[in-house]
Design a protein around this ligand. Structure first.
Ligand code: PEP
Ligand code: MG
Length: 584
């Protein structure tokens, strides 16, 4: 009878293989005094280690597979940026000189103080940035202390790049983004980590690389032996050990089934998403970097329903200028070749912090603070170049402009005024743009969902951002691991707000789409169709699966069930009806 270890399934899929226990001891750091005469040599030794760490990360960056989404390179870029930051360069050098101590010790002092700063932050997302500090510092420490020449090459790894990892299931305390990429390159089958949650680096990267993963499997390395045969179920978040023939047969069957299904899904490329009763549904994709546009084409999505432009602002100290914005947008338009592209204006703040001090100090409730359109309207030097670039891009293809996190109708009026001014400015400069560029709003604050009909009057389209709508409606921070069990897309309050928004759009005769994670989760497709949704926007990898779900549905029947669902005040009946239309 197999035994199981429970963690959190963060990247779907099944793996059958032998474990590879990664027991990496942290380098032992001790302090020693450096004689005056060779203090500058010690500084140089430190600078050399930074150089090598940089080369190693640059090498790893080139190993990110082209099929991975932008998250993979973005993580490595963050680490590269940290390596160049004064807090990692000048501060330890000053310590070496003033304390006359060894480089490892100086770096450790600086690392501890940076970690303390991050740990004290209220924002849970920013708290996780301490992991980045530790990952970067550890790499440099390893270089400084390593006697293993294989670690001191430009690639900077021995164990992680050895072909011993091929076909193995990695079990580690935690993995850095660089580790994850390197090991994926060696053909590992799955990742299991003892720490981390659904938003941890390993989780995001594993999803991006398409490798099954379970995180938060506490003490996994105490329970699992090295080279032990296990099964990783990335869907349920379990690791099965002491396997018998019956369970192996079951999972081999599931693996084959999954491969077969993927082949079937590929056949849906280029086919329309039409329900059994003839309702055509638009399936669009969400992207974060211009490079993601290729994946949108690959799955033949109906254009981009959400282009998150925040990445343009990240990992830098200045603000992107008009030409930089424009170049990114034109790249996407070119790849999409005539399909619509919905560019969201910067949604910075809260879970999408930027460098360079924009957004001011971290406030008590960043999600309720100066973020998204609020920040843009306050900082026009940042907003205007983006508005100009979006308008200019509209001369080259079907562009729509989308405003995030609207809560008051006055924000719409302010945006409209700014757009009118910007158009005037462009006319003055003799630059072309689409005079009728559609401008839409994201409905992700309960106030906007309740008053959706007001917003629908003034906007050309609406898009429901359920990731935020759920967090604000249920008062649950979307990045707080402690309370994520309460994050419930099926809460009646959420569904009523979604329905109200869709109805407001129908009455005003404007399109309404949904671009939160719910759109790409096949468990909710029937429910959303029953609520009247006909436009979905999701991660490109979800498009074909949702298409298949749509083709199985009958909107007429689903509409009736959803109506009954939202009319009942009986919690038991609600749960029962929900079971017939959505699985959780
Ligand atoms: C949302 O909130 O649902 C959304 C799509 O926006 P983001 O996840 O970028 O906040
Ligand atoms: Mg949002």
């Amino acid at each position: 009878m197999p035994l199981s270890l429970q963690g959190i399934g963060v990247s779907r899929g099944y793996a059958i293989g032998r474990t590879y226990l990664l027991q990496r001891n942290q380098p032992e750091i001790t302090e020693y005094t450096i004689p005056d005469a060779i203090v500058e040599d010690e500084v140089q030794r430190f600078l050399n280690s930074l150089d090598l760490a940089r080369k190693q990360l640059q090498d790893i960056r080139t190993r990110v597979p082209l099929s991975a989404t932008s998250d993979a390179t973005a993580f490595i870029d963050t680490h590269l940026l940290m390596l160049g930051d004064v807090s990692f360069t000048e501060a330890p050098i000053n310590l070496i000189r003033s304390l006359k101590c060894n480089a490892e010790w100086a770096l450790k002092i600086q690392q501890d103080s940076l970690v303390r700063v991050f740990e004290e932050m209220d924002d849970p997302y920013l708290r996780t940035r301490k992991d980045d500090v530790e990952h970067v510092a550890r790499r440099v420490q390893r270089i400084l202390t390593s006697e293993d020449p294989s670690y001191l090459n430009d690639a900077g790894y021995s164990e992680l790049s050895s072909n011993r990892l091929e076909g193995r299931i990695i079990v580690a305390d935690d993995l850095t983004p660089a580790d994850t990429i390197l090991m994926q390159h060696q053909g590992v089958l799955a990742f299991v980590t003892e720490y981390g949650g659904p938003l941890s680096h390993t989780a995001i990267l594993a999803r991006s690389l398409g490798i099954p993963a379970v995180v938060g499997a506490r003490n996994a390395r105490n329970y699992l032996g090295n080279n032990e045969p296990v099964i990783v179920d990335g869907r349920l978040g379990v690791i099965l050990v002491e396997l018998d023939e019956r369970i192996l047969r079951y999972y081999r069957h599931k693996q084959n089934e999954e491969r077969r299904q993927q082949r079937e899904l590929n056949k849906l490329k280029g086919k329309p998403a039409v329900t059994r009763d003839g309702v055509t549904v638009a399936l669009q994709a969400n992207i974060e970097l211009p490079e993601d546009a290729a994946a949108v084409r690959e799955v033949t999505a109906d254009g981009v329903g959400l282009y998150r432009t925040e990445f343009l602002f990240m990992n830098r100290r200045d603000v992107p200028d008009e030409e930089e914005h424009l170049a990114s947008y034109l790249h996407v338009l070119k790849v999409l070749d005539g399909s619509p592209v919905t560019i969201r204006t910067a949604d910075l703040g809260a879970d999408k912090q930027v460098d360079g001090g924009r957004g001011g100090p971290v406030c008590t409730n960043p999600a309720l603070g100066l973020r998204a359109i609020r920040m843009c309207l306050k900082d026009l030097t940042m907003f205007r170049p983006q508005l100009r670039a979006i308008l200019r891009a509209s001369a080259h293809g079907p562009v729509r402009m989308m405003i995030p996190m609207l809560s008051a109708i006055q924000e719409v009026f302010q945006v409209m005024r700014l757009v009118a001014e910007t158009k005037q400015e462009l006319r003055g400069r003799g630059l072309a743009f689409d005079e009728k560029i559609p401008i839409g709003g994201m409905i992700e604050v309960p106030a906007a969902a309740v008053c959706a009909s007001q917003f629908a009057r003034y906007m050309d389209f609406l898009s429901i951002g359920t990731n935020d709508l759920i967090q604000y409606t249920l008062a649950i921070d979307r990045v707080d691991d402690e309370i994520n069990y309460l994050y419930d897309p099926l809460h009646p309050a959420v569904l009523m707000l979604v329905r109200n928004t869709i109805r407001a759009g129908q009455r005003a005769g404007i399109p309404v789409s949904l671009c939160g994670e719910m759109a790409g989760d096949p468990r909710y497709t029937r429910l959303l169709l029953g609520l009247g949704l006909t436009q979905f926007s999701m991660h490109p990898t979800g498009v074909l699966e949702i298409k298949r779900a749509v083709q199985d549905c009958h909107v007429g029947e689903l509409t009736q069930t959803v109506q009954r669902l939202l009319q009942t005040t009986d919690a038991a009946k609600y749960a029962e009806l929900l079971k017939t239309i959505a699985q959780n």
